[in-house]
Ligand binder design. Sequence first.
Ligand code: KG4
Ligand code: ZN
Length: 361
Amino acid sequence: MPTFVAANNRKMAYILGIESSCDDTSAAVLKDTLLLSNVMASQEVHKKYGGVVPELASRAHQQNIVPVVSQALDIAGVGMSDINAIAFTRGPGLLGSLLVGTSFAKGLSVAAQIPLIEVNHLTGHVLSHFIDVLSDDGKSTVPASGSKPEFPFLCLLVSGGHTQILKVKSPLAYEILGQTIDDAVGEAFDKGAKLLGLEYPGGPHIDRLARQGDPEKYAFAKPRIRDLDFSFSGVKTSFLYFLRDQMAGDDRFLEENMNHLAAGLQKTLVDILMEKVIRAVKLTGINRVALAGGVSANSGLRDRMILESKKRRWNIFIPPLRFTTDNAAMIAITGYYKWLEGKTSGLDIAPVTRSSLMSGE
Ligand code: KG4
Ligand code: ZN
């Protein structure tokens, strides 16, 4: 099988990004770092099951991927003959979902005779801070996050599958300073929401309800975990037992206290995250702190980051909401950085369902 080599001497690159790791099918086109299109098809089918059903997810990716990619090309105003490389999510994620994106990207790479670039989904979340967009008047290019962090910076990566504090040394070099030893924080939001009878994904529902609740009314046990690691499974258990005990004596407790329960759970989770971020800044002396991943959409976490940054003189970087949850723009920008370094993949590449983030590979 041939492996196509990236044309690194070209000045400008059009990169097509494809993301299919979980339940969103997405495609994006970048011209260097400038985002030309970012199309997303989210899967509603999982809502009633309280979580992503892997077989339904891969089937929906199969249905969505062709229209999503063609729409991304159309919106960008380019054809496949303009694209210099195809970046796709190799993992981590659900095997069936990853297989759809990987196989599609391979087929397209062979047909168009352009390089294939594997992307670690987690690297994508971190590098979403480096996407540029057109300014409102359409005349200049501006960073989507307002400004781009200088290296090295710290990144709190919080998603449905991962919770890590990273030292980001360059676009593709990372050091994990701390990570969860059990559940991811997104899982804690989702499991807590499920106990409250809310639909999947529960994080956005908790966020919405918490705005009307008193975060001090109910507090839940915070774990004592050493160094910069996290644990969230105990919070879920404490939340579960608390609900069970209260509802045993008052069957209207849940409906009358939804907002306060959501606010208390959110505050507990944000406190756990921020305690470690504060410690990481102290330990490293790096005061540039970025948020990334689906949970960075949480308004409680964003507000708290702003508060701490003012108090502690941090430079913070918070992605626009559309780049917090899974999207292909972040895969395309990572593809662009790998393309610059000539890091392309062979056609025998296969998905990986689990991978941590060390080197940004
Ligand atoms: O990064 P992401 O889209 O997918 C993974 O890579 O896992 O993150 C999804 C996670 C889910 O757990 C979802 O509930 C959570 O992000 N999430 C939120 C909010 N929006 C999404 N959690 C709390 N507040 C939000 N506003
Ligand atoms: Zn993600």
